[in-house]
Write a protein that binds this ligand. Structure first.
Ligand code: HEM
Length: 345
């Protein structure tokens, strides 16, 4: 019960993160039935394509989830991160922080869009495809099935500056993360629940190298073999795995070393055991706030232990809406284009 509510929180906050920044124009409500008349098989088509992509490459789930977050956190869930740079301008996709987003995630969306174009050309927005794909992958990796409200519009602009400025970096403190997510309307609990997405995927050694190499105590500057909040065997294991990371920057470690391919709450359990550290929110808990304030004190006791229902979380995490003026319709997700058939309702 507790786990399923936790993952619903992650999922719901993700699927609704479009509300993170208010649209320029009026708002139209999102609804799971949005394509009922115009493309009734949309969800099934997306599910089939995404399932086969995930079977082909099991890292797809983590990649898509991260791409979804990077899309939603910058200007709302509008697929702006999918647009490729062209000869005139760099796009969000090529922001420094997005360079590590995996190609397989983009490929998954491209494949789904291609399949949809055969069935109902120019109808389903890329932003909705990304939202639905994330939902499918959460379910496929062991998380719950949840309804995805639909009707997002795709952005007509995409620039790297906003992504580099607005997305959290691996050296941010917890206070800074709280402030950053707070500015987008997320509570501390929602921030921590969302961080639970690191139950999937991996991080490159450079993201946590300062915890395992040349570590110095933040208070007195005393050298330590590694961040003392980490489990010593785990820290030594990472030191071994990452020893050549400067020569080979592709070396990476799982974010959740126990069940890396499963959408469960093991990530949070690991944190309490000093077995986290490859993705930032973990390290920030351990380091910046000090051992006396452990990660568990801020991460979600939530749902089951409080009266908060998943539905309440959902509505507080988002007022499902879509910007009426932000429209990029079309046949592809990697270009700015305008198709004739996108619904205007
Ligand atoms: C709270 C602030 C966050 C920070 C500072 C952060 C930072 C990072 C970093 C540094 C990586 C490793 C990237 C790499 O080495 O390639 C990563 C991976 C990942 N992040 Fe986050 N992240 C945050 C929040 C989120 C959220 C909210 C989600 C989704 C809801 C998310 C989903 C993921 C996933 C799934 C991966 C693994 C990607 C893969 O294996 O391809 N992150 N994150």
């Amino acid at each position: 019960m507790r786990l399923s509510l936790l993952v619903v929180v992650v999922a719901a906050a993700l699927s609704c993160a479009a509300a993170a920044s208010p649209p320029a124009g009026g708002k139209m409500p999102l609804t799971p039935d949005f394509y009922k008349q115009t493309c009734p098989r949309a969800e099934r088509i997306i599910a089939e394509v995404i399932q086969s992509k995930q079977m082909e490459n099991p890292t797809t789930a983590a990649g898509v989830l991260r791409v979804f977050f990077h899309d939603c956190f910058v200007g709302g869930c509008d697929a702006s991160v999918l647009i490729a740079s062209n000869q005139f301008a760099k796009s969000e996709h090529d922001a420094e922080i997005n360079l590590s987003l995996p190609g397989d995630a983009f490929d998954a969306v491209v494949r789904a869009k291609l399949a949809l174009e055969m069935e109902c050309p120019g109808v389903v927005s890329c932003a909705d495809i990304l939202s639905l794909a994330s939902g499918v992958l959460v379910t496929l990796t062991g998380g719950p099935r949840y309804p995805v409200p639909l009707g997002r519009r795709d952005s007509l602009s995409s620039s790297p500056a906003a992504a580099d400025a607005e997305l959290p970096h691996s050296n941010f403190t917890v206070d800074r993360l709280i402030q950053m997510f707070g500015a987008k309307g997320f509570s501390v609990q929602e921030l921590v629940a969302l961080s639970g997405a690191h139950t999937l995927g991996f991080s490159h050694c450079k993201e946590f190298a300062d915890r395992i190499f040349n570590y110095r105590d933040k208070k007195d500057g005393k050298p330590e073999p590694f961040d003392p909040t980490m489990n010593p065997s785990f820290a030594r294991g990472l030191q071994g795995a990452c020893k050549d990371y400067l020569k080979d920057p592709t070396i990476a470690a799982f974010n959740d070393i126990m069940t890396p391919g499963k959408f469960d709450n093991m990530y949070f359990i690991n944190l309490e055991r000093g077995l986290g550290g490859c993705s930032t929110p973990t390290r920030s808990c351990g380091r910046t706030r000090g051992p006396s304030r452990s990660c568990s004190s801020t991460h979600p006791t939530p749902p089951s232990s409080s009266t908060t229902s998943a539905a309440q979380w959902r509505s507080s995490a988002c007022s499902a809406s879509r910007p009426a003026q932000r429209e990029r319709s079309g046949r592809r997700c990697d270009t700015y284009n305008h198709g004739p058939n996108m619904p205007t309702n």
